[in-house]
Design a protein around this ligand. Structure first.
Ligand SMILES: [Zn+2]
Ligand SMILES: [Zn+2]
Length: 342
Protein backbone atom coordinates (compact mmCIF):
# COMPACT_ATOMS: atom_id res chain seq x y z
CA UNK A 1 0.00 0.00 0.00
CA UNK A 2 1.01 3.62 -0.35
CA UNK A 3 1.85 5.96 2.52
CA UNK A 4 3.00 9.60 2.60
CA UNK A 5 6.25 10.26 4.46
CA UNK A 6 8.07 13.38 5.47
CA UNK A 7 11.57 12.43 4.38
CA UNK A 8 13.47 15.62 5.20
CA UNK A 9 13.12 19.36 5.65
CA UNK A 10 10.05 20.41 3.59
CA UNK A 11 10.34 17.14 1.73
CA UNK A 12 7.68 14.47 1.34
CA UNK A 13 7.47 11.23 -0.58
CA UNK A 14 4.74 8.70 -1.25
CA UNK A 15 6.29 5.28 -0.67
CA UNK A 16 5.16 1.70 -0.97
CA UNK A 17 5.03 -0.08 2.42
CA UNK A 18 3.68 -3.49 3.54
CA UNK A 19 -0.02 -3.78 4.43
CA UNK A 20 -0.43 -3.43 8.21
CA UNK A 21 -1.26 -6.57 10.21
CA UNK A 22 -4.06 -6.33 12.78
CA UNK A 23 -4.33 -7.81 16.25
CA UNK A 24 -7.42 -9.61 17.58
CA UNK A 25 -8.94 -6.44 19.04
CA UNK A 26 -8.10 -4.20 16.10
CA UNK A 27 -9.82 -3.03 12.95
CA UNK A 28 -8.14 -2.19 9.67
CA UNK A 29 -9.47 0.95 8.05
CA UNK A 30 -9.59 1.57 4.34
CA UNK A 31 -8.63 5.22 4.72
CA UNK A 32 -10.87 7.66 2.84
CA UNK A 33 -9.75 11.05 4.13
CA UNK A 34 -7.01 12.44 6.37
CA UNK A 35 -6.57 15.96 7.70
CA UNK A 36 -3.34 17.90 7.82
CA UNK A 37 -2.77 19.21 11.34
CA UNK A 38 -0.48 21.94 12.64
CA UNK A 39 1.63 19.20 14.24
CA UNK A 40 2.15 17.57 10.81
CA UNK A 41 3.33 20.95 9.58
CA UNK A 42 5.85 21.08 12.46
CA UNK A 43 7.34 17.78 11.25
CA UNK A 44 7.47 19.13 7.67
CA UNK A 45 9.22 22.31 8.84
CA UNK A 46 11.59 20.49 11.19
CA UNK A 47 10.16 22.20 14.29
CA UNK A 48 8.34 19.25 15.89
CA UNK A 49 9.45 18.60 19.47
CA UNK A 50 10.19 14.88 18.99
CA UNK A 51 8.96 13.61 15.61
CA UNK A 52 11.80 13.44 13.08
CA UNK A 53 11.86 12.20 9.45
CA UNK A 54 11.40 9.74 7.97
CA UNK A 55 7.91 9.50 9.42
CA UNK A 56 4.41 8.83 8.08
CA UNK A 57 2.36 11.91 8.83
CA UNK A 58 -1.18 12.18 10.07
CA UNK A 59 -3.54 11.34 12.91
CA UNK A 60 -6.85 12.81 11.68
CA UNK A 61 -8.72 10.19 9.70
CA UNK A 62 -12.03 8.82 8.47
CA UNK A 63 -12.64 5.70 6.46
CA UNK A 64 -14.37 2.39 6.03
CA UNK A 65 -13.80 -0.74 8.08
CA UNK A 66 -11.92 -3.08 5.74
CA UNK A 67 -11.08 -5.96 8.05
CA UNK A 68 -11.75 -6.82 11.71
CA UNK A 69 -9.83 -8.82 14.27
CA UNK A 70 -11.53 -11.93 15.69
CA UNK A 71 -12.41 -10.25 19.01
CA UNK A 72 -13.92 -7.11 17.47
CA UNK A 73 -17.59 -6.77 18.48
CA UNK A 74 -18.76 -3.26 17.63
CA UNK A 75 -17.88 -3.06 13.93
CA UNK A 76 -18.30 -4.97 10.70
CA UNK A 77 -16.66 -4.63 7.32
CA UNK A 78 -18.02 -1.62 5.45
CA UNK A 79 -18.88 0.51 8.51
CA UNK A 80 -18.08 4.21 8.16
CA UNK A 81 -15.87 5.35 11.01
CA UNK A 82 -13.45 7.86 12.45
CA UNK A 83 -11.09 7.37 15.37
CA UNK A 84 -9.56 8.97 18.41
CA UNK A 85 -5.86 8.69 17.57
CA UNK A 86 -4.72 8.62 21.21
CA UNK A 87 -4.71 5.26 22.93
CA UNK A 88 -4.46 5.77 26.69
CA UNK A 89 -3.20 3.16 29.16
CA UNK A 90 -5.75 3.88 31.94
CA UNK A 91 -3.24 2.65 34.52
CA UNK A 92 -0.44 5.24 34.81
CA UNK A 93 -0.46 7.90 37.51
CA UNK A 94 -1.95 10.57 35.23
CA UNK A 95 -4.71 8.26 34.00
CA UNK A 96 -5.54 7.23 37.56
CA UNK A 97 -5.70 10.91 38.56
CA UNK A 98 -8.24 11.59 35.83
CA UNK A 99 -5.72 13.41 33.62
CA UNK A 100 -6.31 10.90 30.85
CA UNK A 101 -5.20 13.26 28.08
CA UNK A 102 -1.80 13.43 29.80
CA UNK A 103 -1.32 9.62 29.90
CA UNK A 104 2.34 8.76 30.27
CA UNK A 105 2.05 5.78 27.93
CA UNK A 106 -0.15 7.42 25.31
CA UNK A 107 0.17 5.66 21.98
CA UNK A 108 -0.14 7.96 18.96
CA UNK A 109 0.18 7.52 15.19
CA UNK A 110 3.38 8.42 13.41
CA UNK A 111 5.65 6.76 15.97
CA UNK A 112 7.67 3.55 16.08
CA UNK A 113 4.72 1.46 17.33
CA UNK A 114 1.97 2.87 15.11
CA UNK A 115 2.08 4.21 11.57
CA UNK A 116 0.60 7.61 10.65
CA UNK A 117 -2.80 7.94 8.98
CA UNK A 118 -1.46 9.28 5.66
CA UNK A 119 -1.76 5.80 4.21
CA UNK A 120 -4.21 3.70 2.24
CA UNK A 121 -4.90 1.41 5.19
CA UNK A 122 -4.61 2.11 8.90
CA UNK A 123 -4.90 -0.28 11.89
CA UNK A 124 -6.47 0.79 15.20
CA UNK A 125 -7.81 -0.79 18.39
CA UNK A 126 -11.59 -1.14 18.34
CA UNK A 127 -11.78 0.89 21.56
CA UNK A 128 -10.81 4.15 19.81
CA UNK A 129 -12.94 3.66 16.68
CA UNK A 130 -16.31 5.42 16.42
CA UNK A 131 -19.15 5.18 13.88
CA UNK A 132 -20.10 8.17 11.75
CA UNK A 133 -23.67 8.78 10.63
CA UNK A 134 -24.54 7.98 7.04
CA UNK A 135 -25.23 11.59 6.07
CA UNK A 136 -21.85 12.84 7.27
CA UNK A 137 -19.15 13.16 4.62
CA UNK A 138 -15.70 11.70 5.23
CA UNK A 139 -13.99 15.13 5.04
CA UNK A 140 -16.32 16.50 7.73
CA UNK A 141 -15.90 13.37 9.89
CA UNK A 142 -12.14 13.94 9.69
CA UNK A 143 -12.70 17.22 11.57
CA UNK A 144 -13.70 15.34 14.74
CA UNK A 145 -10.13 15.25 16.04
CA UNK A 146 -9.36 19.00 15.74
CA UNK A 147 -12.90 19.72 17.06
CA UNK A 148 -12.03 17.60 20.11
CA UNK A 149 -9.01 19.86 20.69
CA UNK A 150 -11.33 22.89 20.61
CA UNK A 151 -13.75 21.10 22.95
CA UNK A 152 -10.95 20.53 25.45
CA UNK A 153 -9.85 24.18 25.22
CA UNK A 154 -13.32 25.37 26.24
CA UNK A 155 -13.53 22.74 28.99
CA UNK A 156 -10.37 24.19 30.51
CA UNK A 157 -12.32 27.36 31.33
CA UNK A 158 -13.21 27.13 35.01
CA UNK A 159 -15.27 30.29 35.54
CA UNK A 160 -18.97 30.15 34.79
CA UNK A 161 -21.12 32.77 33.09
CA UNK A 162 -20.21 32.54 29.44
CA UNK A 163 -19.81 36.11 28.33
CA UNK A 164 -16.79 37.54 26.62
CA UNK A 165 -14.00 35.68 24.95
CA UNK A 166 -11.00 36.64 22.85
CA UNK A 167 -9.34 34.20 20.48
CA UNK A 168 -5.84 35.08 19.32
CA UNK A 169 -5.13 33.16 16.13
CA UNK A 170 -7.94 31.90 13.92
CA UNK A 171 -6.34 28.95 12.18
CA UNK A 172 -8.12 25.59 12.39
CA UNK A 173 -8.09 25.33 16.19
CA UNK A 174 -8.94 29.00 16.80
CA UNK A 175 -11.81 28.99 14.32
CA UNK A 176 -13.21 25.67 15.60
CA UNK A 177 -13.00 27.05 19.14
CA UNK A 178 -15.02 30.06 17.99
CA UNK A 179 -17.57 27.74 16.35
CA UNK A 180 -18.02 25.75 19.58
CA UNK A 181 -17.94 28.82 21.82
CA UNK A 182 -20.85 30.34 19.92
CA UNK A 183 -22.78 27.09 20.33
CA UNK A 184 -22.01 27.11 24.04
CA UNK A 185 -23.43 30.58 24.46
CA UNK A 186 -20.47 32.94 24.40
CA UNK A 187 -22.01 36.11 23.01
CA UNK A 188 -19.12 38.56 22.78
CA UNK A 189 -16.21 37.03 20.94
CA UNK A 190 -13.25 39.00 19.63
CA UNK A 191 -10.98 37.29 17.10
CA UNK A 192 -7.47 38.41 16.20
CA UNK A 193 -5.76 37.15 13.06
CA UNK A 194 -3.59 38.82 10.43
CA UNK A 195 -5.22 36.84 7.58
CA UNK A 196 -8.28 38.64 6.18
CA UNK A 197 -9.92 35.35 5.11
CA UNK A 198 -9.74 33.99 8.65
CA UNK A 199 -11.27 37.22 9.95
CA UNK A 200 -14.09 37.01 7.41
CA UNK A 201 -14.75 33.41 8.45
CA UNK A 202 -14.73 34.48 12.12
CA UNK A 203 -17.35 37.15 11.42
CA UNK A 204 -19.50 34.66 9.50
CA UNK A 205 -19.32 32.30 12.47
CA UNK A 206 -20.64 34.97 14.81
CA UNK A 207 -17.64 36.81 16.21
CA UNK A 208 -18.61 40.32 17.42
CA UNK A 209 -15.41 41.71 15.99
CA UNK A 210 -12.38 40.39 14.14
CA UNK A 211 -9.25 42.51 13.96
CA UNK A 212 -5.84 42.38 12.34
CA UNK A 213 -3.43 42.51 15.31
CA UNK A 214 -0.76 44.04 13.09
CA UNK A 215 -2.91 47.05 12.23
CA UNK A 216 -5.19 47.34 15.26
CA UNK A 217 -4.43 47.06 18.95
CA UNK A 218 -5.98 43.86 20.37
CA UNK A 219 -6.00 45.37 23.88
CA UNK A 220 -8.05 48.36 22.68
CA UNK A 221 -10.37 45.98 20.83
CA UNK A 222 -10.86 43.84 23.95
CA UNK A 223 -11.67 46.95 25.99
CA UNK A 224 -14.04 48.26 23.32
CA UNK A 225 -15.91 44.93 23.39
CA UNK A 226 -16.26 44.82 27.17
CA UNK A 227 -16.81 48.42 28.27
CA UNK A 228 -13.21 48.82 29.38
CA UNK A 229 -13.05 45.69 31.56
CA UNK A 230 -11.15 43.23 29.40
CA UNK A 231 -12.49 39.86 28.27
CA UNK A 232 -13.41 37.08 30.72
CA UNK A 233 -11.29 34.53 28.88
CA UNK A 234 -8.53 34.85 26.32
CA UNK A 235 -7.53 31.84 24.23
CA UNK A 236 -4.09 31.79 22.65
CA UNK A 237 -4.07 29.72 19.46
CA UNK A 238 -1.10 31.40 17.79
CA UNK A 239 2.55 31.95 18.56
CA UNK A 240 4.30 35.33 18.76
CA UNK A 241 6.95 36.55 21.22
CA UNK A 242 4.75 38.92 23.25
CA UNK A 243 1.55 36.92 23.01
CA UNK A 244 1.02 35.91 26.66
CA UNK A 245 1.68 39.44 27.91
CA UNK A 246 -0.73 40.77 25.31
CA UNK A 247 -3.38 38.21 26.31
CA UNK A 248 -3.01 39.28 29.94
CA UNK A 249 -3.57 42.93 29.01
CA UNK A 250 -6.68 41.96 27.02
CA UNK A 251 -8.18 39.96 29.91
CA UNK A 252 -10.14 41.31 32.86
CA UNK A 253 -9.04 41.17 36.46
CA UNK A 254 -9.52 37.63 37.72
CA UNK A 255 -9.91 36.37 34.15
CA UNK A 256 -8.48 33.29 32.50
CA UNK A 257 -5.93 32.78 29.75
CA UNK A 258 -5.87 29.39 28.02
CA UNK A 259 -2.82 28.51 25.96
CA UNK A 260 -3.36 25.86 23.28
CA UNK A 261 -0.70 26.72 20.71
CA UNK A 262 2.51 24.73 21.12
CA UNK A 263 5.15 27.43 21.32
CA UNK A 264 8.34 25.42 21.62
CA UNK A 265 10.71 28.40 21.91
CA UNK A 266 10.86 30.19 25.29
CA UNK A 267 9.06 33.56 25.12
CA UNK A 268 9.13 36.46 27.60
CA UNK A 269 6.07 36.95 29.84
CA UNK A 270 5.26 39.98 31.96
CA UNK A 271 4.34 38.08 35.10
CA UNK A 272 3.58 41.31 36.97
CA UNK A 273 0.49 41.78 34.82
CA UNK A 274 -0.73 38.25 35.71
CA UNK A 275 -0.19 38.85 39.45
CA UNK A 276 -1.55 42.40 39.54
CA UNK A 277 -4.67 41.34 37.67
CA UNK A 278 -4.84 37.99 39.49
CA UNK A 279 -5.32 36.01 36.32
CA UNK A 280 -5.02 32.30 35.69
CA UNK A 281 -2.81 31.04 32.89
CA UNK A 282 -3.61 27.45 31.91
CA UNK A 283 -2.49 25.06 29.21
CA UNK A 284 -4.79 22.87 27.12
CA UNK A 285 -3.23 19.66 25.90
CA UNK A 286 -4.98 17.31 23.46
CA UNK A 287 -8.37 16.04 24.68
CA UNK A 288 -9.89 13.25 26.72
CA UNK A 289 -12.01 10.45 25.20
CA UNK A 290 -15.01 12.37 26.57
CA UNK A 291 -13.98 15.52 24.66
CA UNK A 292 -13.63 13.39 21.53
CA UNK A 293 -17.06 11.84 22.01
CA UNK A 294 -18.67 15.25 22.56
CA UNK A 295 -17.00 16.54 19.40
CA UNK A 296 -18.24 13.53 17.45
CA UNK A 297 -21.79 14.12 18.71
CA UNK A 298 -21.65 17.57 17.13
CA UNK A 299 -20.25 16.21 13.86
CA UNK A 300 -22.85 13.41 13.78
CA UNK A 301 -25.66 15.91 14.50
CA UNK A 302 -25.19 17.09 10.92
CA UNK A 303 -24.64 20.76 11.73
CA UNK A 304 -22.97 22.24 8.60
CA UNK A 305 -19.19 22.14 8.88
CA UNK A 306 -18.11 21.94 5.24
CA UNK A 307 -16.92 25.53 5.34
CA UNK A 308 -13.90 24.52 7.41
CA UNK A 309 -12.60 22.23 4.65
CA UNK A 310 -11.06 24.79 2.31
CA UNK A 311 -8.78 22.48 0.29
CA UNK A 312 -8.85 18.86 -0.88
CA UNK A 313 -6.10 16.94 -2.65
CA UNK A 314 -5.35 13.32 -3.48
CA UNK A 315 -2.84 11.85 -1.01
CA UNK A 316 -0.34 11.73 -3.84
CA UNK A 317 -0.21 15.54 -3.87
CA UNK A 318 0.92 15.70 -0.26
CA UNK A 319 3.90 17.90 -1.12
CA UNK A 320 1.71 20.55 -2.73
CA UNK A 321 -0.76 20.33 0.16
CA UNK A 322 1.97 20.80 2.80
CA UNK A 323 3.32 23.80 0.89
CA UNK A 324 -0.12 25.41 0.68
CA UNK A 325 -0.51 25.03 4.44
CA UNK A 326 3.00 26.13 5.38
CA UNK A 327 2.80 29.23 3.17
CA UNK A 328 -0.82 29.91 4.22
CA UNK A 329 -1.77 30.13 0.54
CA UNK A 330 -5.22 30.54 -0.99
CA UNK A 331 -7.17 31.27 2.21
CA UNK A 332 -6.40 27.89 3.68
CA UNK A 333 -8.05 26.65 6.88
CA UNK A 334 -8.23 22.86 6.74
CA UNK A 335 -6.70 20.66 4.07
CA UNK A 336 -8.13 17.19 3.56
CA UNK A 337 -6.26 14.53 1.59
CA UNK A 338 -8.08 11.68 -0.11
CA UNK A 339 -6.27 8.40 0.38
CA UNK A 340 -8.61 6.42 -1.87
CA UNK A 341 -7.44 8.47 -4.84
CA UNK A 342 -3.70 7.79 -4.77
ZN1 LIG B 1 -4.81 17.24 14.78
ZN1 LIG C 1 -1.94 6.32 31.23
Amino acid sequence: MKAAFVTGLKETQVREIPMPEIKKDEVLLRVKTVGICGSDLHVFLGTHAFRKPPVILGHEVAGEVFKIGENVKKFKVGDRVTLNPSVMCYSCKQCRNGLINLCEHRRVPGTASWIGTFAEYFPAPESVVYPIESGISYPVATLTEPLAVAMHVLRQIKSTGRKSLAIIGCGTIGILTLFLARQQGYGDVLCCDPASYNREMAMKLGAKSAINPIEDDPVQAAYALTGGQGVDVCIIAAGAPGIVTQASAMTRMGGEIILVSMITEPIPVNTYSLVFREQTLRGAMLYTPEDFEKALEIINSGIPMDMFVTHQFPLENVQEAMEVLSEKKDNVIKIILHADKV
